[in-house]
Design a protein around this ligand. Sequence first.
Ligand SMILES: Cc1cc2nc3c(=O)[nH]c(=O)nc-3n(C[C@H](O)[C@H](O)[C@H](O)COP(=O)(O)OP(=O)(O)OC[C@H]3O[C@@H](n4cnc5c(N)ncnc54)[C@H](O)[C@@H]3O)c2cc1C
Length: 363
Amino acid sequence: MSLWLTPQKDRVQGISLLYQSQIRWLKSSAVILATGGGGQVFTQTTNPKVSTGDGVALAWRAGAVLRDLEFFQFHPTALTKPGAPHFLISEAVRGEGAHLIDDRDYRFAFEYHPAGELAPRDVVSRAIFHHLHKTAANPTHAHVYLDLRPIDPDRIRYRFPNIINVCKQWGIDVFHEPIPVAPAAHYWMGGVACDLMSQTSIHGLYAIGETASTGVHGANRLDKKKIEQLREQLIKDDPEALVAVDVIEEYQGNLADAAKAIAIRNDIEGIADYGLSDWFLEMLQECRDFICQPKYQNLRENYLPALIPPLADCLAGSLGCLPGVAAIIAVPFAAYIKEEGMEKFCKSPNSQPSSPVATKAAQ
Ligand SMILES: Cc1cc2nc3c(=O)[nH]c(=O)nc-3n(C[C@H](O)[C@H](O)[C@H](O)COP(=O)(O)OP(=O)(O)OC[C@H]3O[C@@H](n4cnc5c(N)ncnc54)[C@H](O)[C@@H]3O)c2cc1C
């Protein structure tokens, strides 16, 4: 299949394709490329067999501008077992306390980043890659392990029933043995360069989905739900959201909730409209316990912005994100805690949030 261009090669007039041993020409004023990603160029990928980057190749052969082809997101912990699909073991597992270990039971992640397993996704992927290159005879097919045993078994059952089931299907009992994992190519941020209307450099040629490179993603990727939430916020023309866009691509994990938190940070009453997620409640509890430590007494008695840096520290540790991003997320937490009355929380740091908002969300 090829694109059929005008003789001046400046616009598309259709496609040509081989059908029943004959080349046929289909006229069209617009052609949309939507052939997905190209993960199959890598040995380890989560992508299906069809993800061979055909749309990007078609566009390139026609002379379209491509962009950032080297920007590929690798998921650090895809199940790596002969015959098994590269099933994704969620980052939340590391957030809950799972350790990455090698075949000598060595917890290596801290050699590569002070946050260890909670470093950003691309950092953890690179750490595993480098560690395998240092230690494995055949790094291309080697793996490390994700050990869930440091997590309370009830917590594993509550948070990760699907991971338990899929691993069981492949003969792995996560309660008694670590899961073999390796980084796998997951999402192609680069592709056919196009503008926000999906128009490529060739008139009449459009690219959408993973084939396209709109520039919305940086070298790291935002997922669709998260982009949607950001877009909604941007439509409201909130300059704070624009700040968030700058930093948010560095944030790894639970960004949907983070975006929600960003959206509500100047609108405490509005929390009820968004609903309080389990994540928000858990984090709130953690932030409250943290900020109620005696060493923060002065800050607590001070004013709201002073609460943000220590809360950001707390959140950066829990979420494995950079402090700059955590600072943005910390704002609604600080506001919420302040709004609800610090004294109440300090007297009873382990109590559940008791505001009408929280009660409404819990219903
Ligand atoms: C395991 C996994 C989990 C994911 N989880 C999430 C998630 O939680 N959230 C999220 O936002 N994203 C997720 N993604 C990414 C998301 O699924 C993809 O980015 C998205 O599906 C891409 O959509 P698309 O329409 O561009 O391409 P696709 O959905 O891949 O569709 C491309 C289509 O083009 C067809 N095609 C390809 N080449 C040709 C050809 N030469 N001729 C004819 N047809 C062709 C293919 O058969 C396919 O039907 C995940 C991806 C994977 C692999």
